[in-house]
Design a protein around this ligand. Structure first.
Ligand code: ADP
Length: 610
């Protein structure tokens, strides 16, 4: 694992190492002082003791040697032998001429006694006390003491030379130091173990918290750090657990908030796009995706300007500065047909409290329908004005002519008045039609539904046209091709009659004299269909859809001349819509047209009052 801590870098090691280092340094300092002190006092005691022993022996020897009898040498020899403990290595007594009188060494006595001594130290008969190395390289304490006669003149009569074993003392000290060293090593090892245990007890909770923190970073809040004891570390662990809870809560709240925002965005009927500071899309909801016809992969990260087809008209800066709403015309190709879609985009900046602009929010609406309706309304008002102006202008010119004297002309006057009446009638018809349409548009007009036998209803209307044929200048023949079955439908009789009237009138109007008009009545699975076919002018293909629009006429002059208002089919369409039915036309120009209406129909098999 990458973040595994090497042992020598771990807190564990550092604590244990410092611990041991401090311990060793203290032991060393204490040890150095202790050994030094021990050495000093041991050596001092030894030399002091040796000095006094040698001085005492010298005094005894002085007394013995001053008696000057024959057995002097033997007495001295005995004295030396008696005073020769194990710590004395060599001991001689010399007389005032430097000749060895006696020695403490029993084995070598004959080779030494009676000869001149080998040590120049003794030659000047003064007190000498020092540490030296002997032939074997061992430390020895040299003590030279002049021997004086006990009589009043205190004359020097010889010297005592003592070489004592001080090495043994140094050895003792070295042994003590070794014991000290061994003890400190053992103490070091024990404290090392203790230090490691203590350090582990500190680092273990820390390690646990580190692991927990890593889990939290990965979004796993399930575990808790175990709390042991009541020390600062357990408090830290407790705080850590609380922190973890808080983070989890905050995370949950954030998640919930984000989900809420997501679902708001998803279910919004407006498209919402958010961008970063550079105008790159960071969020886009479903509606916006479908409005712009892109996938989320294509949109995210893309710049907002090309996404909305605005790069030619705007820069990002201009968008941010103006923040106006923008209408976007887009040509959408669906199934080979090009449809113009109009989108309205409202822009708002996302600003932090500090004033820093961190992005842009764009709300996109599809206003194609709205714009179309507004356009239609404008068109409608202009059409109405235009439609009324033409008859009004002609009425006015006739009245003007009458006013200027034509009323006196018995031939012209009635003709003028009749035209004026005709135009006025047409205007009234148009106004009535418009009112009708307006009522249907606003939904103010309720259908008065009743069950009727549709065959009888159509027959009734057609019979009327048959009756009228004699009184009209244009002749026509009506043929009926009805299904045998009685078709009962629920309709507003007056309104449906108005629709059939209108289709029949048109069929007659736009047919040549003597044309045949055929009415088919049939049923499909759940519709009743009435089709009325004429052998008239027909309608050019491009106008087929438009004949149901208000004021639309294929040939304006001709239609007007026929007294048409251009509203008949538009009203029929509204009536059929209100009945949940349909109206449509098929036509071949020059051959004739077929207008059909369909009404919802439920075939009924059983008895009526079952
Ligand atoms: P109008 O009062 O002008 O007849 P309509 O709404 O009834 O108004 O008809 C709209 C237009 O549709 C007519 O002006 C005419 O050009 C065309 N039209 C309707 N019926 C027929 C038909 N049977 N044959 C040819 N053209 C027709």
């Amino acid at each position: 694992m990458k973040n595994k801590v090497r042992f020598y870098r771990s807190v564990n090691f550092k604590i244990a190492f410092s611990f041991i280092l401090i311990l060793l340094i203290s032991i060393e300092i204490i040890g150095a002082y202790f050994i030094r002190g021990l050495e000093k006092s041991t050596i001092n005691t030894f030399t002091r003791d040796m000095n006094s022993r040698v001085a005492n022996l010298a005094t005894t020897l002085g007394t013995t040697m001053s008696e000057n009898n024959e057995s002097e040498a033997e007495t001295v020899q005995r004295l030396l032998e008696n005073n020769s403990p194990s710590d004395i290595k060599q001991m001689w007594v010399v007389d005032d001429k430097g000749i060895v009188l006696a020695t403490g060494d029993v084995t070598d006595r004959d080779s030494i006694v009676g000869k001149k001594n080998e040590y120049s130290d003794v030659d000047d008969f003064t007190v000498k006390q020092y540490i030296a190395l002997d032939d074997n390289g061992q430390r020895v304490y040299i003590n030279v003491q002049p021997i004086q006669s006990p009589s009043g003149d205190s004359a020097v009569i010889g010297a005592l030379y003592v070489q004592s074993d001080i090495e043994q003392k140094y050895g003792d000290i070295a042994n003590t130091a070794l014991i000290f060293f061994t003890a400190s090593m053992i103490a070091g090892v024990i404290s090392m173990v203790i230090a490691l245990l203590v350090a582990r007890s500190i680092t273990k909770p820390i390690e646990e918290m580190r692991k927990q923190a890593m889990k939290i970073a990965q979004g796993d809040y399930s575990d808790k750090v175990e709390i042991r004891g009541h020390d600062e570390l357990s408090q830290l662990a407790e705080t850590f657990n609380k922190l973890s809870d808080r983070i989890e809560d905050a995370q949950d709240t954030m998640e919930a908030e984000r989900n809420r925002l997501d679902s708001v965005l998803t279910h919004m009927t407006d498209g919402v796009i958010a961008t970063d500071r550079r105008g790159k899309v960071i969020t886009i909801n479903e509606t916006a995706l479908s409005l712009l016809d892109v996938t989320s992969e294509e949109a995210i990260g893309q710049s907002i300007l090309p996404l909305l087809d605005l790069e030619e008209r705007y820069t990002l800066r201009k968008l941010l500065e103006t923040q106006e709403e923008i209408l976007i015309d887009r040509d959408n190709e669906s199934g080979g047909e090009v449809e113009t879609q109009i989108l309205r985009a409202d822009f708002a900046m996302i600003r932090r409290d500090s004033g820093f602009i961190s992005g842009l929010v764009v709300v996109v609406h599809d206003v194609t329908e709205q714009e179309k309706t507004a356009e239609e309304r404008r068109q409608f008002v202009s059409n109405v004005s235009h439609e009324l102006r033409t008859p009004l202008t002609s009425v006015r010119s006739y009245i003007e002519a009458l006013d200027e004297g034509a009323w006196r002309d018995e031939e012209i006057a009635p003709q003028f008045i009749s035209v004026t009446l005709g135009e006025t009638d047409r205007m009234i018809r148009m106004i009535n039609d418009l009112l009708n349409l307006s009522r249907m548009d606003s939904g103010a007009q309720k259908l008065e539904l009743e069950f009727v036998n549709f065959n009888e209803l159509v027959d009734y209307v057609l019979d009327r046209f048959d009756m009228m044929v004699t009184s009209q200048e244009k002749k026509y023949v009506i043929e009926r091709d009805f299904t045998e079955r009685e078709l009962w439908v629920e309709v507003d009789t007056d309104k449906i009659m108005q629709v059939i009237d209108n289709i029949m009138n048109n069929a007659i109007k736009y047919s040549p004299d003597g044309g045949k008009i055929t009415a088919h009545l049939m049923e499909t699975h759940n519709n009743v269909v009435l089709s009325i076919t004429d052998e008239g002018l027909g309608i050019p293909k491009k106008d087929l859809d438009k004949v149901f629009e208000r004021f639309y006429r294929v040939d304006k002059a001709r239609a007007r001349q026929q007294g048409g208002t251009g509203l008949g089919l538009a009203i029929s369409k509204e009536v059929m819509k209100a009945h949940k039915g349909q109206i449509w036309v098929e036509s071949v120009e020059g051959k004739g047209s077929t207008f059909s209406i369909s009404l919802p129909y439920e075939p009924y098999e059983g008895e009526w009052w079952d």
